[in-house]
Write a protein of this length. Structure first.
Lengths: 536, 299
């Protein structure tokens, strides 16, 4: 019988991992006879970095060498844990956090909601309640009278040492914060929020966060203008490049509006699109030009990158970036912000920022909307002539958690696909608000330090790969091109990983795309826009 | 009344008082916690029409911030009802098939309160016409409750996924509840018409307690302890559930400038930041922190 990892194991003072993932333990994937094995971490990494959770890590932070360094980490952790329960220090999420910490009844209903837990072959450490229970027990032991008095009777039995702290940090980054578990919970507790709160504790109190989220993420975004490192001059060059590309591919001379004062809409893309998928912002430009939308992009630092990585791990970093976005919109005098195809930017701008800034930035004062309803308005208005025959191939839709489960934007993208494709949209199972995360959520798609990408490819994207294969099971014939539509940059990043790693393009001709590219592909007055090739 | 009888009467009232005060104080405590950020999850049941079924929201339209909002109280009531009375999420999603047992336990508790309520009505208004119903409610409550507790204990002890590292307090809670229902069953078997229970409730309500069988005393003492314990234990999850759903998962309302929510928000962004990370300025307020990107940067 498999040994079930217990909560206390998190404190084991050893560099041996609690779990060594093996392909044979993972959820089986249909229609794929073999897959690349799981490689152990490189020997030289093991000497320097801590892989003691599951032989994977996104942190290139050297292990502490002295006892003093370890004690310092534990001390800071306790200080941060106390602040999580402080109504002023953690006013943003205190209520939900505290209710989750105190009233989970441990029915484990949430376990089967979690794609990571299922994909891993139901490994205990990935269960949504595992990290929450550790945090709960630590808090109980160090901060509550019942824990101090009754100890193991109330579960306050986990030893706090450097290993506990480190493994808890790792555990916070084994959850995509997709919040499917919250939808399942009979008491409405939110174990995904706990993962985020642990991330917040480590970031806001200790400055510990993955390189791609902190230093190369929010810090770089605020300091240089974009988490991609793109500075304003580079942005302007990119726009010129896009205009040339559009002219070359469509014959249309389009001037992409930048910093146009008084435009109706400030359109903010995920700047990663400009670099990884430039067809996406180009398609926006083509569509908006054809539909006569009065919009502008911003070349202001931060204003041309709609991402907000703070959403995944740090409240104040999220607010700083959000505030910059809104101030830029105010300065431009636009009527509203429309968010491009980026799920977490949707959530940050349209939902989260609502209650972290004063009323001048309230939604009625400065509306923020998704691009998806606008797409549907354009398509149904008939302003742009579209021919569904241009999109005559099997299509499925991946629902971005941020847009669908966390904002309730479900129908517009389906309506658009119905109108611009000849074949009925194949729904994944489950779909809509019950969808599985792509596996790239909460920063995973961009976290590429050490061997973390292997964890993402093997575990977190796994259920999505399974869904895609099952959705296309009757058309897997490689002579038929198939498309997974994902109106979110991070989701596309995860799709790129999944399709590349499992060879879905080579074996089955399964590709991915944003939504706007398909709309533009259906425009009758320009040549077909989609490129049927996998860009690594 | 003897000293013991006075104790039983006063303890009965005391337990009710603690239960009520405990619930109210927790409600006030949860209500007065800081206004959290929006953190909703769809489907949100007060969305009107088909939206609540497929999980849609007002954000599916353009210019939604300028349009009037519609919401469906009926949708919310149906969803709440299906959770409270049928434990919908446990039935649909729990992989360990605990639903029938959890239903038995919950209905055992609901009917236990209903039974005591009916006994109080009988005592105050001296109505005996409802006695047969009262008796049936009591019997069903005890049997369902005992069955639910026992099966959930067995499930927790035997299903590895539920059992792993379970702290004793969770078993204690179930055993505690079980003891109420089992003593209820014993008192019913010894006294099928519940005369002893009636005498107890009448005595406590009217401050005139007569001699009653020991098993009835034990049964009600356990119930009184349950009332005292509930507000300070996981049993209070019903209240947490209300706040989780209404002020987190279904709280999709955006704020208006100058509204009470905005005022509360304004107060909160004025709190000191406290955190000590390298990008944090603990001596500044939340809003000042939001406006400053680098340490040392002038506001």
């Amino acid at each position: 019988m498999k040994y079930k990892i217990a909560y206390k194991d998190v404190a084991k003072v050893t560099d041996d991992p609690l779990l060594k993932l093996k392909v044979e333990d993972l959820e089986k994937l249909p229609y794929l006879e073999e897959e690349p094995p799981i490689e152990p971490p490189k020997e030289k990494w093991l000497e320097t970095y801590d892989f003691s959770l599951d032989w994977h890590t996104p942190f290139d932070i050297p292990k502490p060498k002295t006892q003093e360094e370890k004690e310092q980490l534990v001390f800071k952790f306790l200080s941060g844990l106390e602040k999580l329960f402080n109504p002023q220090a953690n006013w943003t999420f205190l209520k939900i956090f505290k209710l989750t910490m105190e009233y989970c009844v441990r029915c484990q209903t949430c376990s089967d909601a979690c794609h990571t837990y299922i994909a891993s072959g139901r490994q205990e450490i990935y269960r949504p309640t595992y990290r929450s229970e550790i945090l709960r027990r630590l808090h109980s032991r160090y901060f509550t009278p019942s824990g101090k008095l009754l100890k193991s009777f109330v579960g306050a039995d986990i030893e706090l040492n450097y290993k506990t702290v480190w493994r808890l940090l790792e555990l916070a980054y084994r959850c995509n914060v997709c919040r499917r578990c919250a939808l399942y919970c009979p008491v409405g507790v939110d174990n995904a929020l706990i993962a985020r709160e642990i991330r917040k504790l480590f970031s806001q109190e200790m400055g510990l966060a993955p390189l791609e989220l902190y230093k190369k993420g929010t810090r770089q975004h605020l300091q240089k203008g974009s988490s991609t490192g793109m500075i304003p001059v580079a942005f302007n060059s990119t726009i010129e490049f896009l205009e040339e590309e559009i002219a070359e591919r469509t014959g249309k001379k389009i001037k992409i509006p930048v910093d146009k004062k008084g435009a109706d809409i400030l359109l903010i893309h995920n700047a990663g699109e400009f670099i990884a998928w430039p067809d996406n912002p180009a398609a926006f430009a083509i569509l908006f030009d054809a539909a006569g939308i009065n919009y502008t992009l911003s070349s202001e630092s931060v204003g041309y990158d709609g991402v907000n990585y703070g959403l995944w791990y740090d409240d104040i970093e999220a607010t700083r970036i959000g505030l910059k976005h809104l101030m830029i919109a105010k300065e431009l005098g636009v009527k509203k912000i429309v968010v491009g195809e980026c799920g977490h930017a949707h959530k940050a701008m349209c939902v989260i920022l609502d209650r972290v800034l004063p009323g001048d930035f309230a939604l009625p004062q400065l509306p923020r909307e998704s691009c998806l309803p606008l797409f549907w308005e354009i398509v149904k208005s008939g302003r742009v002539k579209l021919d569904p025959k241009r999109n005559d191939f099997p299509v499925t839709l991946h629902d971005s958690c941020n847009v669908v489960r966390l904002m309730g934007i479900v129908k517009p993208q389906r309506n658009v696909l119905k109108a611009i494709c000849t074949q009925p949209v194949r729904e994944m199972s489950p779909n809509g608000p019950m969808n599985y995360c792509c596996g790239g959520g909460s920063g995973f798609a961009i976290m590429n330090t050490l061997n973390f990408p292997q964890f993402r490819k093997k575990v977190t994207v796994r259920m999505k790969v399974k869904q895609i294969l099952e959705t296309f099971k009757d058309v897997l014939d490689p002579s038929i091109n198939k498309m997974v539509v994902a109106a979110c940059s991070n989701c596309k990043g995860a799709m790129r990983d999944a399709i590349g790693h499992y060879g879905l393009w080579d074996k089955y001709r399964i590709l991915y795309s944003g939504l706007v590219e398909l709309i533009v592909n259906a425009m009758v007055d320009i040549p077909p826009f989609l490129k049927w090739e996998l860009e690594e | 009344m003897s000293g013991l009888q006075w104790f039983l009467v006063l303890f009965g009232w005391f337990s009710v008082l603690i239960f009520v005060v405990g619930n109210i104080s927790k409600f006030v405590k949860f209500s007065t916690m800081p206004l959290n950020l929006r953190w909703e999850v769809y489907p949100v049941p007060h969305e009107p029409g088909e939206k609540r079924h497929y999980g849609g929201s007002y954000m599916e339209e353009i210019d939604w911030a300028k349009k009037p909002r519609h919401s469906s109280l009926a949708g919310e009531l149906v969803e709440m009802g299906s959770e409270i009375f049928f434990l919908k999420r446990v039935r649909e999603y729990n992989a360990f098939k605990i639903w029938p047992f959890s239903m038995a336990l919950h209905w055992g508790i609901y009917l236990l309160f209903a039974w005591i309520f009916l006994l109080v009505i009988e005592a105050i208004f001296n109505v005996t016409a409802i006695s047969p119903i009262t008796n049936i409610v009591g019997v069903v409550s005890f049997i369902l409750g005992a069955f639910g507790c026992l099966t959930l204990i067995i499930k927790r002890a035997t299903v590895e996924d539920l059992n792993i590292d379970t702290p004793p307090i969770l078993y204690f809670n179930l055993l505690f509840l079980l003891s109420i229902f089992v003593t209820g069953i014993i008192s019913w078997r010894l006294d099928p018409s519940f005369e002893g229970s009636r005498k107890y409730i009448e005595g406590v309500v009217l401050f005139n307690l007569q001699t009653i069988p020991p098993i009835v005393i034990v049964n009600f003492l356990l119930f009184n302890l349950f009332l005292i314990y509930t507000p300070y234990s996981k049993f209070l999850h019903y209240l947490a559930k209300y706040f989780n759903f209404h002020q987190s998962l279904w709280d999709d309302a955006f704020k208006e400038k100058g509204s009470p929510k905005d005022m509360k928000n304004l107060e909160q962004v004025g709190y000191k930041f406290f955190w000590s990370g390298p990008h944090s300025l603990p001596d500044k307020t939340w809003l000042e922190n939001a406006q400053i990107i680098e340490k040392g940067e002038k506001k």
